[in-house]
Design a protein around this ligand. Sequence first.
Ligand code: 13P
Length: 265
Amino acid sequence: MRKLFIAGNWKMNLDDVGAVQLCQDLKTQLAGCGAAKVDVAVFPPFVYLPIVAEALRGSTIAMGAQDVWTEGNGAFTGEVSVDMLKDVGCTFVLVGHSERRHVIGETNELLNKKAKVALAGGLNVIFCIGELLEERQGNKTEAVVEEQIRLGLAGITAEQMANVTIAYEPVWAIGTGVTASKEQAQEAHAFTRKILTDLFGAEVAEATRIQYGGSVKGANAAELTAEPDVDGALVGGASLKADDFMAIINNGASNVGGCGGCCCG
Ligand code: 13P
């Protein structure tokens, strides 16, 4: 089984005090976990990255940014480069989150550039995909997801895939309280792995972690991550409170290695 990867996307939430407090609470609660059975990362807003990096010092929690620009440092008002993200301690970046695709209007082609520049610069990428409600209702889920993967990962090598996580986040499940059923999640993840096999071969596809995102909470984390192709979660709302996020981590970890939680060392 692939090691689970639970990540918290804070979106445009919290303030400086709240961001530091959340990190301290997570650090304390994760500290007793010994050989943690899940990888954990947080994705704060750009402006809080430096204080979050400081607050996370000495912990195993990784930090990433929610977005990145396609070019290196230069005349790109308002944007943030790969080098800047690495400078403040990011090791991850989200690319193609549904809010970037559907609220901001980012295209598959732009997201492909972002993924390539982030990987070339040494960041790990969580590449997000997922269909709208009307696309699911119109039986277009597989076509949409396949296009997002093929166009989004075009030109990325099999070697670079070692630094890519896919996040399947059906848009209708994000922030709605409606979670995909474990069967729906498994079906979409297995399909995603099939496309990855076609693009990069079975070994790479098997090793690539595919997170589920969309109204994940403590109460559904265990059943979702028990599915064979669900390798973790990308969590929004429930990542903003340490207790809620820890419930997801612990319930996910209950599926890993025959242990009743991540705290058995
Ligand atoms: P929610 O967990 O709030 O539904 O958000 C999911 C998400 O968009 C994570 O990137």
